[in-house]
Design a protein around this ligand. Structure first.
Ligand code: SAM
Length: 256
């Protein structure tokens, strides 16, 4: 059995009984960083042996590990393995080889930040780490729903400048050091966020307002007005415009 173990994202008291039981019962624990996982094990007096399996070795090690016929527990540095860390490579290998796996659910920084933001959207887009290139950031931000990104303290100030430029009216939540002593959630427009120098960060960007959605839609209609659809039948032109996100009614009106 391979147990994919979610671990605390800062506050070690966020462990579950099931996590501790699994770590105790495992034949061996594989960890992204043995030093990080050992802190958790020593706090709860768990003596199971720990071996390293990090981003550079998981591709090679995973196949052998899943075939060992042992109870293996796997922990990444923090949170739910597989969410923006190497964890999914082990799960994929287990699935390919029909090896039983179980996921021990637990903390995840993205979900904790989503709730902490207080933005009331039932849907969200999780983009992993915020893109580094300005052009990729601008493309990524063009979404009609709440967005969640991980970001490093080194890049947060440049990330905030891009968001301020592309979405100046949009509320965001910058969630730092969640569950830790210095937890801090700043909510406001991107240009209102106070400078951040260190710590782990999640950025939550609220969904667009109804007015913003309407404005975006009208911009799309204006762009579509410039398309030369004369070579298409009314039916095909309507379908094409619908694929561009125009409603059936408006697409038909534009076509005729
Ligand atoms: N698997 C993890 C999870 O479930 O959240 C995420 C791993 S990813 C390699 C690490 C990133 O998660 C950090 O760079 C940071 O953006 C975010 N993160 C992790 N712990 C955090 C915390 N306590 N507060 C805010 N962000 C955190």
């Amino acid at each position: 059995m391979i147990s994919i173990c979610s671990t605390p994202i800062g506050n070690l008291d966020d462990v579950s009984k099931r996590l501790l039981d699994t770590l105790k019962a495992a034949d061996v624990i594989y960890a992204e960083d043995t030093r990080v996982t050992s802190k958790l094990l020593s706090k709860f007096n768990i003596k199971t042996q720990v071996r390293r399996m990090d981003e550079n070795t998981i591709e090679k090690q995973a196949n052998k590990i899943v075939k060992q016929n042992k109870n293996i527990a796997y922990c990444t540095d923090a949170g739910t393995p597989g969410v923006s860390d190497p964890g999914l490579k082990l799960v994929r290998e287990a699935r390919i080889n029909n090896i039983d796996i179980e996921v021990i659910p637990g903390p995840c920084a993205a979900i904790t930040a989503y709730v902490a933001s207080g933005f009331t959207s039932q849907q969200f887009f999780f983009g992993g780490f915020f893109p580094r290139k300005e052009s990729d950031r601008i493309k990524a931000l063009n979404k009609d729903c709440l967005q969640i990104y991980y970001e490093s303290p080194k890049r947060i100030s440049s990330a905030l400048s891009t968001i301020a430029k592309v979405l100046p009216e949009r509320k965001i939540a910058v969630c730092r050091e969640l569950t830790k002593i210095h937890e801090d959630v700043q909510i406001g427009l991107a240009n209102q966020i106070k400078p951040i120098e260190k710590g782990e960060i999640v950025i939550v960007i609220d969904k667009p307002s109804k007015e913003e959605l309407k404005e975006n839609y009208n911009k799309k209609i204006e762009l579509c007005r410039d398309l030369d659809l004369s070579k298409l039948s009314t039916k095909d032109a309507t379908k094409l415009l619908q694929l561009c996100g125009i409603s059936k009614n408006d697409a038909y009106k534009l076509t005729i």
